[in-house]
Write a protein that binds this ligand. Structure first.
Ligand code: NCD
Ligand code: ZN
Length: 510
């Protein structure tokens, strides 16, 4: 027995003290103790255990690190646009501690070998944790199970054409892909634009001589998004596949989203700061062509409904679609492009998303707990990371961002840590900045500078709820299985009619 005077005091690695902790539901004064990379205590101010290192967060908001489920870090194949060192540095400076990288690299992430090669690049260079998407394509349906076993965070389906020109799978292939994914329980992120319609219109616009910025929007007009969303949700409902609509830009999609959710489809939706803040009208201003992206930034009238969607439950999360290109590819060195069709689609975003959303809080559009839900909690829940990411909870990874809600900055392309020195927000003022970013207890960015050691980031694997496949008796696997019961035998009839609702002529149990 130790006397009280001699009892050994536990000493944790780090305590963050005197800050205001922000969760999805509350803000309160508190201290956080961190040991071996995890949160081990949350206490009233001054009640945390003794620590080897104390970080004074007086005047700071303390948030869980942001999770960005949609970035393009470009390697392998397009390292002149971005790589894991520059991309993850941009993320860390922006308060983002976990990113999910898209598979439209070169080669695309279509096999376990592709995945392993990309994971090696990320593991060697990243200063934030990461998930990697596998491609759901027509040519690699036989790789889906192996990609899942190899640890993809989810799959990505390009229904609409975009950077990388990955072909849109046929509806038959999408249905088969969803059947497979439904049994695995992994989520499929979907670029929901209708490729045949957008190509048809783009060709006609080009033939008519349209080269202005609005022609891009005209090719990808609202129905291009609304149709693809509804087709994807129809197949998801039938199969029980979990889906996520990336970069929702269209106010007209919102009632459809609410309807599919009300039907019980496991559908999550992200929007991006650029759809909240920027408009197609601005793309007509000098230099406005850099706003070209897919789906297009739409007319300003779309903004208010999308803002409303962030708090009414139709939109679940904020991502960035961080999509850097070189200055030449964006034709960002000129005031007007030779033709909008020659301007690369997309621009960087991972470093500016949290400042833009904190600005929205300062403007009274959202509460800080909303930002925590939209940028940390909801992405973790949707993609099976709640056991370690997305919240300030005991046992969770100590992925933490300290925010100064009063700090101001003018956004400038040449200050971005991304390799893509093009900003859609050039000259815009933001109020509210991340001032310290911690990944599993390690400081990876401070006062606008990355300080993490390349190679710190870890490859994350999801833990999803149990799969909930539907209409299993009609899947291609079921109807082509070699060991399926012979057509017409009593067992086949029983199986078949027991699982269809119109089961008349149901045979008696043998
Ligand atoms: C993205 C890119 O460049 O990879 N571009 C874009 O315009 N959004 C691809 C994508 O997410 O569609
Ligand atoms: Zn996309």
């Amino acid at each position: 027995m130790h006397s009280p005077e001699t009892a050994p005091q536990s000493v944790v690695d780090t305590v963050i003290t005197n800050g205001t902790l922000v969760t999805e539901t509350a803000m309160f004064a508190g201290d956080i103790a961190i040991h071996e990379g995890r949160i081990v205590a949350i206490s009233s101010p001054g009640f945390a255990p003794p620590a080897a290192r104390v970080i004074d967060a007086t005047g700071r908001m303390v948030l869980p690190g942001c999770i960005d489920v949609h970035v393009h870090f470009r390697v392998p194949g397009m390292g002149h646009k971005e790589d894991w060192q520059t991309g993850s540095q941009a993320a860390a400076v922006g308060g983002v501690t976990t990113v999910f990288d898209m598979p439209n690299t070169s080669p695309a992430t279509a096999t376990p070998e592709d995945l392993a090669a990309k994971a090696a690049l990320a593991e060697a260079a990243s200063i934030v944790d990461f998930g990697l998407y596998g491609l759901l394509g027509e040519q690699n349906l036989d790789q889906i199970d192996a990609l899942a076993a190899a640890g993809v965070i989810g799959f990505k389906l390009f229904l609409g054409n975009t950077t990388g020109d990955l072909p849109c799978p046929s509806d038959g292939a999408v249905l088969e892909g969803f059947e497979i994914l439904a049994e695995l329980g992994l989520r499929c992120s979907i670029h929901a634009e209708n490729s045949p319609i957008l190509f048809w219109r783009q060709k006609a616009l080009q033939a008519a001589g349209r080269t202005d910025a609005m022609a891009h929007l005209a090719a990808r007009t609202d129905i291009v998004a609304v149709e693809a969303l509804n087709r994807a949700a129809t197949l998801a409902e039938w199969t029980g596949a979990r889906i996520h609509i990336v970069h929702e830009s269209c106010a007209r999609s919102l009632p459809h989203i609410r309807w599919w959710k009300s039907r019980g489809v496991d559908l999550t939706v992200e929007t991006l700061p650029q759809y909240l803040y920027l408009s197609a009208e601005e793309s007509l201003l000098p230099g406005g062509h850099v706003l070209r992206m897919n789906p297009p930034i739409r007319e300003a009238a779309h903004q208010a409904p999308i803002w409303a969607g962030l708090t009414d439950g139709s939109i679940d999360m904020i991502a960035t679609d961080h999509a850097p290109h070189s200055i030449a590819e964006k034709q960002a060195d000129r005031l007007a492009p030779d033709s909008i069709w020659n301007v690369a689609c997309g621009f960087p975003g991972v470093e500016t998303s949290l400042p833009l959303m904190l600005t929205a809080v300062n403007d009274g559009r959202l509460g800080l707990p909303d930002v925590v839900r939209l940028m940390a909690g909801a992405p973790a829940r949707a993609f099976g990371l709640s056991h370690c990411k997305g919240s300030l909870t005991l046992g969770a990874d100590a992925d933490i961002v300290l925010v100064d809600m009063k700090a101001r900055a003018i956004l400038r392309a040449d200050k971005l840590h991304s390799r893509g020195k093009v900003s859609a927000y050039e000259g815009r003022e933001v109020t509210g900045l991340p001032v310290l970013t911690m990944l599993r207890g390690m400081v990876v960015a401070q006062d606008g500078a990355p300080v993490g050691v390349p190679g710190t980031g870890r490859h994350l694997r999801p833990i999803m709820p149990s799969p909930a496949p539907r209409n299993c008796d009609t899947t291609l696997r079921a109807v082509t299985a070699t060991d399926r019961p012979a057509f017409g035998d009593p067992f086949w009839l029983q199986q078949h009619f027991a699982t269809t609702r119109t089961g008349f002529h149901r045979p008696a149990t043998p």
